[in-house]
Write a protein that binds this ligand. Structure first.
Ligand code: COA
Length: 329
């Protein structure tokens, strides 16, 4: 049994932080950030918002778009590295906030690849008949785990959530909506290149940890950049092969939004036309696991992505973990 996406939704906090705002906090400039990353501004959650609030907001919109009652939901997967608490999972808080009692709800941690990981898991649950109405959410409140004195990282990220409802395929004729293929990978040898060194059980928070900001995101950007283009290109090719289609049959590349230069290079290596490459990094920055479903939903809602369109999604981040998913909407 194949799975299909039944509805999409997203949630972005109202508050905008521009590059000029950040240039007042660290030694950087709007010009540097735009040229090196493509980002102009990002959304920042105010103190009243928690990760689970954004996740629930996106999930409710996806359920509404799918025409699915929350009580029908039989699986919730939240992909996040910025959950409300170390325990319990954010998915259990989302379960309560959207009113979906009695379904299994759990989190997965695959950073910027989290959404394609979660979709791959949901696809397997649907394929084996273990779920019929799965809510998959990518959500991050990264602004609370960034070192706002580190110009190498604080310029990149933003907050937000995106969600999809997944169910069994309603029609199995050629050209019908379906998850056509997914591919996920991990290379743990690069774990130290993108890491929050402390705050877990390996190094609990101490006064020294706080003074050194070791409980915040640390990244060797060049290490990630080098592998991102190669790995995202290869995983996309694998999803295309699994789906049995060629790149010229893809309507949209809906990639994780890490850096416009990475995106351009992946698109060029895949041989997809620039006008098929969707972006919102200029407005929302890198929202990690939330970036693919936010971008997907924005373009569904404006009518750019239409029912029946073929969409190639891919993401790579801490781990490093990466993956792709090819869907027909
Ligand atoms: N403003 C101004 N200068 C900055 C800066 C900033 N915000 N951040 C770094 N610099 C400086 C560096 O200090 C360095 O200066 P130096 O040459 O005097 O030492 C110079 O700019 C170049 O730094 P470098 O790190 O080589 O820049 P870069 O072109 O690689 O761009 C990133 C940095 C982070 C934008 C880029 O590496 C990147 O996007 N990497 C991938 C990150 C990623 O995708 N991470 C998340 C995965 S989901």
């Amino acid at each position: 049994m194949r799975a299909q996406i039944l509805g999409t939704g997203h949630f972005l906090p109202d508050s905008v932080r521009t590059n000029d705002d950040i240039a007042k906090m660290v030694d950087t400039s709007d010009e540097w950030i735009r040229e090196r990353t493509g980002i102009r501004e990002r959304r920042i959650a105010g103190p009243e918002l928690q990760n689970s609030d954004m996740a629930a907001g996106a999930a409710k919109r996806a359920l509404e778009a799918a025409g699915v009652d929350p009580r029908e939901v039989d699986l919730i997967i939240v992909a996040t590295v910025t959950g409300d608490h170390p325990m319990p999972a954010t998915a259990v808080l989302v379960q309560q906030k959207i009113g979906a009692p009695n379904c299994p709800a759990f989190d997965i941690s695959a950073a910027c690849a989290g959404f394609v990981y979660a979709l791959t898991i949901a696809d397997s649950f649907i394929a084996t008949g273990r779920a019929r109405r799965a809510v998959i959410i990518g959500v991050e409140l990264l602004s609370r785990i960034l070192n706002w004195q580190d110009r190498g990282t604080c310029i990149l990220f933003g907050d937000g959530a995106g969600a999809v409802v997944v169910g069994p395929q309603e029609d199995d004729s050629a050209g019908a909506s379906a998850v056509l293929g997914t591919s996920i990978h991990t290379d743990g040898s690069l774990a130290p290149s993108l890491i929050i060194p402390a705050g877990g059980t390996a190094k609990p928070v101490t006064a020294e940890v706080l003074a050194l900001a070791e409980n915040k995101v640390f990244m060797r950007g060049q290490d990630i950049f080098k592998v991102a283009v190669k790995n995202l290109t290869s995983t996309c090719k694998q999803a295309l092969e699994k789906g049995g289609i060629t790149i010229d049959q893809v309507d949209w590349l809906c990639s994780h939004q890490a850096n416009l230069r990475i995106l351009d290079q992946v698109a060029s290596r895949l041989g997809i036309a620039p006008d098929k490459v969707l972006t919102n990094i200029e407005r929302v920055g890198n929202t990690s696991s939330a970036s693919i479903p936010i971008l997907l939903d924005e373009n569904v809602r404006t009518g750019k992505i239409k029912k029946g369109d073929t969409v190639l999604m891919c993401g790579l981040g801490a781990g490093i973990s990466w993956g792709s998913a090819l869907i027909r909407l």
